[in-house]
Design a protein around this ligand. Structure first.
Ligand SMILES: C[S@@+](CC[C@H](N)C(=O)[O-])C[C@H]1O[C@@H](n2cnc3c(N)ncnc32)[C@H](O)[C@@H]1O
Length: 188
């Protein structure tokens, strides 16, 4: 009898986010990356949609991402040096996919991290205007202090969203203390 040598496994956190987002992306879809960082999420989105708006408050994040993009030849990305809570000043067209990969850049200044209040401001704004059928993927990192506060506040908020209008899901490793996890919000 033949046996398989590959061991199947569950998706890791970012993998799960990308796999989930895939079904919402497409050639007519506009997406927003709320935290560019090293540009991995931006690049992933740009490969499968019409246009991506990316936000970060660190010039270094924009530079790293710009270099990464130059290597790919993709030209459907607008990188914006501003807080994501100001996204409405820049995004004037309908959008259907939003990614918040929160926290700080592991390779950079760890004090430059996303904060509960501005993240929630951005999230509230997104929920008002995202297209029906849209998806928001949020990765939270409760392993550091600000991340734990942010995770707590986001969870408290998303639990209050009316289930007739939004489906809210969580993908979390249950046997690893303070592991990062994903929250998904699908607008009906
Ligand atoms: C975990 S990293 C993002 C990882 C990134 N998506 C990637 O694929 O590499 C978080 C990023 O959020 C940025 N950030 C922190 N506060 C922000 C804010 N208010 N608005 C936009 N970006 C912010 C940080 O500068 C950092 O680059």
């Amino acid at each position: 009898m033949k046996t398989s040598t590959t061991k199947p496994s569950l998706d890791r956190i970012i993998e799960h986010s990308h796999q989930t987002l895939k079904r919402f992306l497409g050639e007519y879809v506009t997406a927003i990356d709320m935290t560019i960082g090293n540009g991995f999420d931006t690049l992933f989105l740009a490969k499968s949609c019409k246009k991506v708006y990316g936000f970060d408050i660190q010039e270094a994040a924009l530079m790293t991402t710009r270099n990464r993009l130059n290597e790919t030849g993709l030209n459907n990305i607008e990188l914006i040096l501003d807080c994501h809570s100001n996204f409405k000043h820049y995004v004037k067209e309908p959008f259907r996919v939003v990614v918040f990969n929160l926290g700080y850049l592991p390779t950079s200044d760890k004090t430059v991290t996303t904060l509960s209040q501005t993240t929630l401001n951005a999230l509230r704004g997104v929920l008002e205007v995202i297209e029906p059928g849209g998806i928001i993927a949020i990765t939270v990192y409760p392993g550091h202090l600000e991340g734990a506060i942010e995770a707590r506040d986001i969870e408290a908020f998303v639990k209050t969203l009316p289930s007739q209008a939004f489906t809210v899901l969580k993908y979390q490793i249950m046997n690893r203390h303070k592991a990062p996890y994903n929250i998904y919000i699908n607008k009906h």
